[in-house]
Write a protein that binds this ligand. Structure first.
Ligand code: PRT
Ligand code: ZN
Length: 293
């Protein structure tokens, strides 16, 4: 399917109404795109970039990006894998986490995926399941559903299910038990494979990509400040190994220093308690909003 477009606007496909929608829109606003909320419209134009957002069912996003109807898309890895669409996986986005999992009723004797040989497995991810079963040489019948796999065993439509799990609440509510994970998924930014051939649009994508990397890096970074006796510095660096070249400033109190540094990883309460034991006081952990290196 080839669709003619007006001008050179870069088109980004986003889930219109689902689990990924608010994260996707926050991310696009986070990299500086300004647009109105879509409110059931198919398109939204950005005010400050030559970018159009296209709002779709998540299942349609890989195909639209592969066909060039959209240049970029935000979609779960599970959907990409299930559809085997020809796309470039650009950046993992750190939201929409879930795991494609095999589960059986609590009363089932099955303990491992291999125990499902000869059984019926209900799933909304038939291709992913078929590849997994083939890779383990497990012969089982795949019952393809479009939703609600968790009720299939109770209806005796299947002996087991293969579904996405995040908190595990749905499995527990349906008296199901995990017996093996197939793979983990999260949302990805994907790109059309021919986008590089378009100089204007790929220049814009490179620019947005730098911002995206900066935003995602910033989310991991924390800015730490504390006061400590100068001799505690080596111990402090052991406790915060992600701290790169800290700024160390002497304080008016002799022998005391102020330490300022960006930490490359989450700083947990436990680390702060150990800093305090090492002699640090006034420990502040601040979020970092944006980064460019
Ligand atoms: O309408 P549209 O087709 O766009 O949306 P959809 O209903 O098909 O998808 P949606 O919005 O439910 O999910 C979009 C994407 O979110 C998925 O493709 C996954 O990449 C990701 N994701 C993350 C999840 C889950 N977590 C998740 N828990 N998708 C679905 N689930 C379902 C799962 O299928 C099961 O029914 O939630 C239930 C289990 O959740 P827990 O928390 O009880 O374990
Ligand atoms: Zn869907």
């Amino acid at each position: 399917m080839m669709v003619k477009r007006n001008g050179d606007s870069l088109r980004i496909a986003v889930q219109s109404n689902g689990r990924l929608t608010s994260y996707s829109l926050d991310l696009l606003r986070g990299i500086g795109l300004e647009f109105e909320d879509h409110e059931r419209r198919l398109f939204a134009r950005c005010r400050n970039f030559d970018v159009e957002l296209l709002f779709l069912r998540d299942d349609d996003i890989p195909e639209y990006v592969a066909d060039g109807v959209a240049d970029l898309g935000i979609v779960g890895l599970n959907v990409i894998r299930e559809q085997e669409a020809d796309l470039e996986e650009m950046v993992q986005l750190g939201f929409g986490f879930c795991t494609l999992t095999l589960a059986v009723p609590n009363a089932s004797p099955a303990m491992r995926p291999e125990d499902l040989a000869g059984s019926r497995i209900a799933t909304t991810h038939p291709r992913s399941l078929a590849r997994f079963l083939a890779s383990r040489d497990i012969g089982a019948d795949i019952v393809e559903l479009h939703g609600g796999a968790e009720i299939a065993p109770a209806l005796d439509v299947a002996d087991a299910i293969c579904d996405l799990v995040s908190t595990g609440t749905t499995l527990r509510m349906h008296d199901l038990r995990r017996i093996g994970d197939i793979w983990d998924s999260q949302a990805w930014m994907v790109s059309n494979v021919d986008l590089k051939a378009d100089a204007n649009r790929s220049a814009l994508v490179s620019r947005l990509r730098v911002r995206l990397d900066g935003l995602l890096t910033a989310r991991r970074l924390k800015y730490v400040t504390l006061n400590a006796p100068a001799e505690a510095l080596p111990r402090i660096r052991e406790i915060l190994p992600g701290m790169r070249s800290p700024t160390v400033v002497p304080l008016a109190d002799s022998g005391m220093v102020a330490v300022h540094a960006a930490a490359q990883e989450e700083v947990f309460w436990e680390a702060m308690e150990r800093l305090k034991e090492a002699g640090a006081t006034e420990i502040l952990v601040l979020p970092v909003e944006k980064v460019m290196r």
